[in-house]
Design a protein around this ligand. Structure first.
Ligand code: PBG
Length: 323
């Protein structure tokens, strides 16, 4: 045998020399859940190790993460039912706690990158990402609300806006509002190929944001579709997105690769709540090695072509890197 691939696997040092994919803490954005109040830290029951924090404790958590090398955070606020309405108006109320929190995080840690989510669901009494009328999700009327929300988030100091709503035309609309108001430096990470997925379940527990009626299939993509992601990618690119995202990650590695091979923009992937919960739940039962399953999953996302990974594992990963 002239060729023996095992020669390149014979020792740890050689294996590391030929390693094609290497994860770094710099690849990560850490999604975090924010609640109103002080001294609050409440675990999300379906996401062991992940908490909803009040601002004071979130600042401490961010500082710890930064000491481990994680520099980017995606902040998701949880609102009580009493603050929600049909128009998600709390999302752009200048006095609301999440906008003040973003401002505080940015002034406390100017070098941190703060990302925000642009979608109506956490603030909507209908629990949908768009405005609901007679059981339908209105597209163009939703854009107006997303525009106000985006401007408020930019004014609060967000570095990157993440439109996760899947309305048509939202990236262009948000880009225009930002530019018209002098926020030309605020970036857009578009949820380009966001699928109607069962894997968002634990996230909706964390924010109490599940739709009250129906599902999200008229706006989020059909899991059966692959080429359609290229249509979305083309539109987001034309409309001014700075990053394209695929979500979820693990069941859509092929879509990550597709966008990587067909776009010159950086590609992000969202390793979502359900993907986190699956590994945690089986590790808790001793059914698999949680640490190794985490590493292998994160590696597969990067190998598939993601430059950036949004993951609830970010801090745990960073701890492991320290060891
Ligand atoms: C809101 C939003 C969702 C997630 C991120 N932004 C939920 C949804 O679309 O229902 C899911 C994130 C996760 O599951 O970790 N539009």
């Amino acid at each position: 045998m002239l060729r023996r691939p095992r020669r390149n696997r014979k020792s740890q040092v050689i294996r590391q020399m030929v390693e094609e994919t290497r994860l770094s803490v710099k690849d990560f954005i850490f999604p975090m859940f924010l609640i109103d109040g002080i001294n609050q830290k409440v675990e999300v029951s379906s996401m062991p190790g992940i908490f909803r924090y009040s601002l004071d404790l979130m600042l401490k958590e961010i500082e710890e993460c930064m000491n481990l090398g994680i520099m980017a955070f995606d902040i998701f606020p949880a609102y009580p039912e009493s603050k929600k309405d049909k128009y998600a108006s709390e999302s752009y109320n200048p006095d609301t706690f999440y906008l003040k929190a973003i401002h505080k995080i940015k002034t406390s840690f100017p070098e941190a990158v703060v990302m925000t989510d642009v979608a109506m669901d956490p603030y909507s009494s209908d629990g949908h990402d768009g405005l609901v009328q007679d059981g339908k999700i209105l597209n163009d009327e939703t854009l107006e609300i997303l525009g106000k929300m985006s401007l408020a988030q930019a004014q609060a100091g967000a570095d990157i806006l993440g439109p996760s709503d899947m309305m048509d035309g939202r990236v262009g609309c948000i880009r225009k509002i930002l530019d018209d108001n002098g926020f030309t430096d605020v970036s857009i990470m578009s949820y380009t190929a966001k699928y109607a997925s069962a894997f968002y379940g634990p996230f909706r527990d964390a924010l109490d944001s599940a739709p009250k009626l129906g599902d999200k299939k008229t706006y989020q993509m059909d899991p059966a579709n692959y080429y359609e992601a290229l249509i979305e990618a083309g539109l987001d690119t034309e409309e001014g997105a700075d990053f394209l995202m695929v979500k979820p990650a693990l069941a859509y590695l092929d879509v990550i690769r597709l966008l990587k091979d067909n776009s010159n923009l950086p590609i992000a992937a969202y390793n979502v709540s359900g993907e986190y919960a699956m590994i945690k739940a089986s590790a808790q039962r001793g059914w698999l090695d949680g640490e190794r399953a985490m590493m292998e999953s994160l590696l597969s996302i990067k190998r598939a072509g993601a430059n950036i990974i949004l993951s609830y594992f970010a801090k745990e990963f960073a701890h492991l890197m320290r060891k």
